[in-house]
Design a protein. Structure first.
Length: 317
């Protein structure tokens, strides 16, 4: 696929004193953008009407159930909830934000639902659910659990394992109605599949986020190439991809994120959400995890030609 199908529109880095570091997810709901970091127990919220700059004021939305009390501060690596996935889902006929921990340690085994209409937070998946995910070989391939992405088409819930360690990129697809009816994950499971992801210089990428683009019936995902030996420690980042997947996990397109000169950007993209359609194509917003550096917000355009080719592919399959 020609790189001309992907274009960077804007790129913004947060300042070192902004207290915004390890961004790991982003979602667009209503007129607001929500960001989550893997080392905090709150969402950052701002109106989409406000251009994000160094002076943007973010509202902190606590990810705490009503009985909990905790200071809204950055947590240590050992204590952090490691929220790695953020997505909009319809739950009990209302729009919610789903925030999922990676499950890589006991403190990271929790998935929460936040309802913007009443600001209520509830647990969707607990440690027992995560234990099921950990022991599901169709998801992990036998490796340690490391959930990095979740998305929904309003009927199904897709949970993605980041398989950059054992090269097993498992995805589980659940019946969302059964989960709403409090059925077990084992009972709600519909199918599973394993992704084939691109590499950079022999280093395999790992899924880092996913957005189900319902209007096009495709999943637009990101995958980062990071040289690490386990699911806990960070490593050198070589670059990131934007992927277009079918609902069954076929990689229909992949785009290595590069600058205008064709140089690969050594960034770790951790979040993606759709923003808007324009005459040229579809605009998405990306966020990066700084891993100690500067986190970035990047808007990109996937041109109409990408989706025209998909329509032709699907028609003649």
């Amino acid at each position: 696929m020609e790189q001309t199908d992907l274009k960077i529109l804007e790129k913004f880095s947060f300042s070192p004193d902004s207290a915004i570091g390890a961004l790991s997810g982003v979602a667009y709901l209503g007129d607001y953008l929500y960001f989550v970091g893997d080392d905090v127990r709150y969402l950052l919220k701002t109106s989409l009407k406000n251009k994000i700059t160094a002076t943007t004021t973010f509202e902190k939305v606590p990810l705490l159930e009503s009985s909990e009390q905790e200071a809204l501060t950055v947590l240590s690596k050992a204590e952090k909830p490691d929220y790695e996935a953020l997505s909009c889902i319809i739950f009990n006929e209302q729009l919610h934000l789903l925030v999922m921990g990676s499950g890589s340690t006991e403190k990271r085994k929790q998935a929460l639902l936040y309802n913007p209409s009443n600001h209520q937070v509830q647990t969707l998946l607990d440690k027992l659910d995560y234990d099921y995910l950990q022991h599901c070989v169709a998801l992990t391939g036998g490796a340690d659990l490391n959930i990095e992405a979740v998305c929904s088409d309003n009927h199904h819930l897709y949970i993605f394992q980041r398989g950059n360690i054992n090269h097993f990129h498992g995805v589980l697809v659940f019946d969302l109605e059964k989960i709403q009816a409090h059925k077990s994950l084992e009972n709600a499971l519909i199918r599973s599949f394993n992704l084939t992801l691109p590499e950079i210089n022999g280093s395999v990428s790992g899924i880092s986020d996913a957005y189900f683009f319902v209007d096009k019936n495709v999943i637009v995902a990101t995958a980062a190439v990071e040289q690490t030996l386990n699911t806990y420690d960070d490593g050198a980042v070589l670059g990131s991809y934007i992927l277009v997947l079918s609902p069954k996990g076929e990689v229909l397109n992949s785009f290595l994120i590069q600058d205008a000169e064709g140089n690969t950007l050594a960034i770790k993209v951790e979040g993606i959400t759709w923003l808007e359609s324009n005459a040229d194509g579809e605009v998405f917003l990306l966020v990066t995890d700084s891993d100690g550096g500067l986190s970035e917000v990047i808007t990109v355009l996937l041109k109409n030609s990408v989706f025209t080719k998909l329509d032709t592919y699907i028609k003649f399959r």
